[in-house]
Write a protein that binds this ligand. Structure first.
Ligand SMILES: NC(=O)c1ccc[n+]([C@@H]2O[C@H](COP(=O)([O-])OP(=O)(O)OC[C@H]3O[C@@H](n4cnc5c(N)ncnc54)[C@H](OP(=O)(O)O)[C@@H]3O)[C@@H](O)[C@H]2O)c1
Length: 353
């Protein structure tokens, strides 16, 4: 029996990825889709401008788009709602007893909400227990990080575990699909780079220390590292990139650093979770990689690619990292979180809602 899932924000860029990635999923089946009042009452096929490759799955096309409010006919909800409405809406689903697996920023920094990358901080799932104080219904919220934070935190996690990251500086080059649809006006981005993405730098700086923090005494002890981010929107459809510099507590040899990335595997790989890539991180040695067009689909969009790994004359080392922003950075990340919750968390045992 598959679990029934609802998607909030199902017609957007991330919502469409959810639909695409869940079409043949062995554990989850989409049974409800919800979006704004612009779309409600229409069929999904009529409401959604399908903007990702391939065909809109036939089974979804005729589904009615519903308001994003409980009750929905599902056992859990994936949310890809805009941050400003996600807090109230996601909270109302959790209060009504639904597990909420969210992409939005609304709850990421709450002290009782896991900000999860299953390969990095699966022990943070322990925070869910604390949400029983907030939601007596048994509902809860789990979030995945911002799309640029995910690739930065995943890349530096093995380095931090082995050598201690004292500080990191990241300069991002972020794809257009990261701004949703219709997103950035063409006259603003053609022949151009925009050196500002609202709220993004603050999110990367705050979220990274929570993700890499330790789960001690039922709370997260933030990782003691300085994180600095500058974000840019570039004329690329999919695939966020970041140029990163790192200073270590104990400076490793280049060979040791490379090995820590290459050999990195974690619980999702051990458990064989359906969306877990065989290798979370691939290191490339060609001098002109990674590139969005060539590397964003590595591991079905769930592997991040690191290249240009070399000593740095100001910090200790530098590298470039790339990931698929709507897969590893959003829908794929949330689905992997849900798979972990089935394998090791409350979704494996509960009857919902
Ligand atoms: N794009 C990425 O790479 C990415 C990565 C990580 C996280 N995120 C986060 O994921 C969320 C969605 O991003 P997106 O790129 O998919 O945005 P998007 O393309 O603009 O889609 C937004 C979705 O939310 C719905 N919506 C908008 N206003 C609503 C309202 N007032 N009530 C109910 N539904 C409403 C839209 O429905 P209609 O179609 O009916 O308007 C649409 O389904 C955001 O919080 C974003 O920060 C995005």
């Amino acid at each position: 029996m598959k679990m029934k899932v609802g998607i909030l924000g199902a017609t957007g860029m991330v919502g469409q990825r959810f639909i695409q990635l869940l079409v043949d999923h062995p554990q989850f089946e989409v049974t409800a889709v919800a979006a704004s009042d612009r779309s409600q009452g229409k069929t999904y096929g009529a409401a959604c401008m399908w903007r990702i490759g391939g065909e809109m799955p036939a089974a979804i096309r005729s589904m009615p788009v519903q308001p994003p409010a409980p009750p929905l006919d599902c056992d859990l909800v994936f949310s890809s709602l805009p941050g400003d409405i996600a807090r109230e809406t996601e909270g109302s689903f959790a209060a009504a007893g639904y597990p909420v697996i969210s992409n939005s920023s609304a709850y990421r920094m709450d002290e009782d909400v896991p900000l999860l990358i299953p390969e990095v901080n699966h022990d943070h799932l322990g925070l869910i227990e604390k949400q029983k104080r907030r939601y007596s219904s048994g509902g809860f919220i789990v979030t995945n990080p911002n799309c640029s934070t995910i690739m930065l935190a995943l890349a530096i996690a093995p380095m931090h575990a082995s050598f201690g990251v004292a500080s990191t500086v990241a300069t991002t080059l972020q794809a257009l699909s990261g701004a949703g649809y219709p997103g950035v006006a063409s006259l603003d981005i053609l022949d151009n780079v925009l050196p500002y993405i609202g709220g993004e730098e603050e999110k990367i700086e705050a979220e990274t220390t929570k993700i890499l923090g330790k789960f001690v005494d039922n709370r997260i002890e933030l990782a003691p590292m300085a994180v600095s981010a500058q974000c840019h929107r570039v004329n690329v459809v999919d695939g966020h990139m970041a140029a990163v510099r790192v200073k270590f507590v104990r400076k490793p040899e280049l060979r040791e650093l490379r090995e820590s990335l290459e050999r990195f595997r974690s619980l999702p790989q051990e458990l064989g979770l359906f969306s877990a890539p065989a290798r979370p991180i691939v290191v490339r040695d060609e001098q002109d990689r990674p590139q969005p067009r060539l590397d964003r689909d590595a591991g079905n969009g769930m592997t991040i690619t690191v290249g240009r790994l070399m000593p740095d004359s100001v910090m200790d080392y530098r590298f470039v990292v790339l990931s698929h922003n709507t897969i590893r950075g959003a829908a794929g990340a949330a689905i992997l979180n849900a798979e972990l919750l089935v394998a090791r968390g409350p979704l494996g045992t509960r009857s919902v809602p």
